[in-house]
Design a protein around this ligand. Structure first.
Ligand code: UD1
Length: 419
């Protein structure tokens, strides 16, 4: 079995280039189904979730080829509206195929999607919102069938700014009849990226206010070339790595403007940061101070995807911290593994408290989901001695090669087999 081995205890120093964004690439790939022709997506990260989406698109009849960092997606002809269960169950974001397939074919058969184990992840809001646009749903066990003879615009109100539900409605609305006003929608940078891609292909989407996106349906989308932006979560993971382990790094291509909540918190904890041409410089040499209370939130709040990495920095900072997870209810499970490494995190429902100053020690631990896995890697870098991390496949869903990147920052980290 493959595992990651880390000899920890040294600061991180150097430069690393930040890969393209997973959460921007996946919905844009789904959006390619709306284009009867070829789309080229540059800077598409080479991660297993993107590979899974490539296979999903192929299963529907699209031709997908990778050429270095670019994907060429030819959706001129589709042959199926039933992606295989095995692929859909593997990745929760396969649910965004619903909006795209309804827009393109008026029909889709989807098994209830899977994904990371980070709490309840229902799709009721997706179903209700697409229903408001004219789609009809039938459920048979875990198979959901959606059909829409014609999708029509109107006012779609989301009960919570769900990223995936917002993406699904935008995808369904792009070719729908009339104007769709999505109210209470998510405004994450990845939503803006989806709108930018669609507009580049001839769609008409616009921000009409806070939590309000307006999509005016068009007859067809055209071929285009689009560059996926850098991944704010990967950049944030490495930033938090420097914060926790100490040292200095230049995060090339980091999308600084999207990272304000993360850089502000890192500054409060004692890091020096400067936005430079082409990236972000981060340094932490002196004390690591506890920030007091932190909570995750919808953008521009602190991203839930960086909550687990942040735990590693909090449990070493001087002083008491409290953290509240406001988006996913099962996202503090990694605390148990961190405690086995010497942290003292007390979890109570969606809140965690920790007395800082914990010394971490190398341990054999297991990653069970993507961001929790990244947190264990950062913990291994901070820990005294050898840490071995199983479950690399979860980390590979979102990081092109975390071992390569952290080696570039001077970490003593490698891939091993055995264990
Ligand atoms: C996306 C991101 C994920 C990120 C999350 C929040 C992708 C591929 N994934 O996930 O990395 O952590 O946004 O920023 O882009 N909910 C319901 N019913 C629904 C839909 C959602 O109850 O129909 C709940 C979820 O259980 C969760 C909350 O809403 O508690 C937020 O979920 P959502 O914003 O939809 O996250 P995802 O789109 O799944």
């Amino acid at each position: 079995m493959k595992y990651i081995q880390i000899k920890g205890g040294a600061p991180l120093c150097g430069e690393v280039a930040v890969q393209g964004s997973k959460n921007a690439a996946l919905p844009v790939m789904a959006a390619c189904l709306l284009v009867r022709g070829v789309t080229v997506l540059q800077n598409c990260p080479d991660i297993s979730d993107v590979c899974c989406m490539c296979r999903l698109l192929q299963s529907l009849g699209a031709k997908v080829e990778r050429c270095q960092d670019a994907l060429r997606i030819d959706a001129s002809h589709l042959s199926s509206c039933h992606p295989p269960q095995e692929l859909v169950m593997r990745m929760r974001s396969s649910v965004i195929l619903a909006g795209a397939m309804l827009g393109r074919c008026g029909e889709v058969h989807l098994h209830t999607p899977g994904g990371c184990v980070i709490g309840d992840r229902p799709i009721d809001w997706h179903i209700r919102a697409l229903g408001q646009m004219g789609a009809e749903f039938e459920e048979d066990g875990c198979l959901v069938t959606a059909r829409a003879r014609r999708l029509r615009g109107g006012r779609v109100v989301l009960p919570f700014p769900s990223v995936g539900a917002t993406e699904n409605v935008i995808l369904a609305a792009a070719l729908a009849e009339g104007q769709t006003d999505i109210c209470g929608c998510a405004m994450e940078p990845e939503i803006m990226a989806l709108c930018a891609f669609l507009n580049g292909a001839g769609a008409r989407t616009a921000v009409a206010g806070r939590g309000h996106i307006r999509v005016t349906g068009v007859g067809a989308l055209r071929e285009s070339v689009y560059r996926v932006e850098a991944d704010r979560i990967v950049a944030g993971t490495y930033l938090i790595g420097v914060l926790a382990a100490g040292g200095s790094a230049f995060l090339k291509n980091a999308p600084v403007r999207q990272m304000a909540s993360v850089t502000a918190l890192a500054g409060r904890m004692g890091a020096k940061l400067s936005a430079e041409t082409g990236g972000l410089y981060v340094e932490r040499r002196g004390r690591l101070c506890a920030p007091g209370y932190v909570e995750t939130g919808v953008y521009p709040g602190f991203p839930t995807d960086l909550q687990s990495p942040l735990l590693v920095a909090l449990c070493q900072a001087e002083g008491e911290s409290r953290l509240a997870e406001r988006i996913f209810n099962g996202r503090l499970a990694v605390a148990e593994e961190l405690n086995r490494m010497g942290a003292s995190i007390r979890v109570d429902g969606c809140c965690a408290g920790m007395t800082g100053g914990s010394r971490l020690y190398g341990q054999d631990v297991t990653a069970r989901e993507l961001r929790g896995g990244a947190a264990l890697v950062l913990a291994g870098i901070c820990a005294e001695g050898i840490t071995r991390i199983r479950g690399r496949q979860f980390i590979d869903r979102g990081y092109e090669d975390i071992v390569r990147d952290l080696r570039r920052l001077g970490a003593d980290i490698g891939d091993k087999t055995g264990l």
